[in-house]
Design a protein around this ligand. Structure first.
Ligand code: BTN
Length: 249
């Protein structure tokens, strides 16, 4: 690890991490806060973190441009989700799934989200911030700005949860997978947690359904593979695509 920056309360750990990049924080630094008053979610949503209830942190990375291309950068959010899922399974004995690309579900309810912010200066990548939020204890889920049914690990049966132990396990998993980002073993591990496999799903972009089909898996490039009703296979890169289970009722 690099340095550890620990706060009682911040606006957003991703925001703090971004500022720390410009102050020269070392590779793999961790920004951890007990509460966030202006936490950021994907697509402009908010992610509030109440004191004493959740895990909210950001990792600062400086990927080697010679080793990491744009496809791998897109997989970083999957890496965050994989580390969360592995920690929930191995440390808490839960049965997590990943709603591609990076939401972690338990019992089909969202318990964790990942937000990757790339910091560019022109065409130079200055640094990457991977922000992870986990709803650990009862009372951690805000009742606003949710895009999917959500719950906390405590409500879903993870017994006696220490936020610190969970964080340590998750970081172990993250550090293990980071050097393998984009490898076939990484894709296989990510795919093994994939939610809705074989089920009919809709892909939504800006509130509009852009495709519908059966979810087949994750391609070697990290794209989602959908099989349409006509038998055609289509692939989607993460971008701003959202995944929804088709309502069969
Ligand atoms: C999502 O919308 O699912 C992504 C949520 C990411 C939340 C985490 S909490 C720690 C880090 N700091 C932020 O402001 N956001 C991320």
């Amino acid at each position: 690890m690099g340095e550890i920056y620990l706060y009682q309360e911040v606006g957003s750990t991703n925001q703090v991490a971004e500022e720390l990049i410009y102050h020269g924080a070392p590779h793999f630094s961790l920004v951890l806060a007990d509460s966030q008053t202006a936490g950021k979610g994907r697509e402009g949503r908010s992610w509030t973190t109440y004191p004493g209830k959740a895990l909210a942190f950001s990792l600062i990375l400086y990927p080697d441009p010679g080793l990491i291309g744009s496809a791998q950068l897109e997989m970083l959010s999957g890496l965050g989700a994989l580390a969360v899922a592995e920690a929930l399974r191995d440390h808490l004995g839960l049965n997590p799934e990943i709603k591609w690309p990076n939401d972690v579900l338990v019992d089909r309810k969202k318990v964790s989200g990942v937000l990757v912010d790339l910091n560019w200066s022109g065409s130079d990548l200055k640094g990457v911030v991977i922000g992870i939020g986990i709803n650990v204890l009862r009372g951690s889920v805000p009742d606003f700005d949710l895009n999917f049914p959500a719950s906390s690990l405590e409500e879903l049966g993870g017994e006696e949860i220490s936020r610190l132990d969970l964080l340590v396990n998750l970081l172990d998993s993250f550090l293990k997978w980071y050097p393998r980002l984009g490898s076939q073993t990484f894709i296989t591990a990510w795919d093994a947690y994939l939610a809705f496999k074989g089920e009919p799903v809709r892909l939504v972009s800006s509130g509009r359904t852009v495709d519908q089909g059966r979810l087949m898996g994750i391609s070697p490039e990290g794209s989602l593979i959908i099989l349409s009703g006509t038998g055609a296979e289509r692939q989607y890169r993460s971008g701003e695509i959202q995944l929804r289970l088709v309502d069969r009722s």
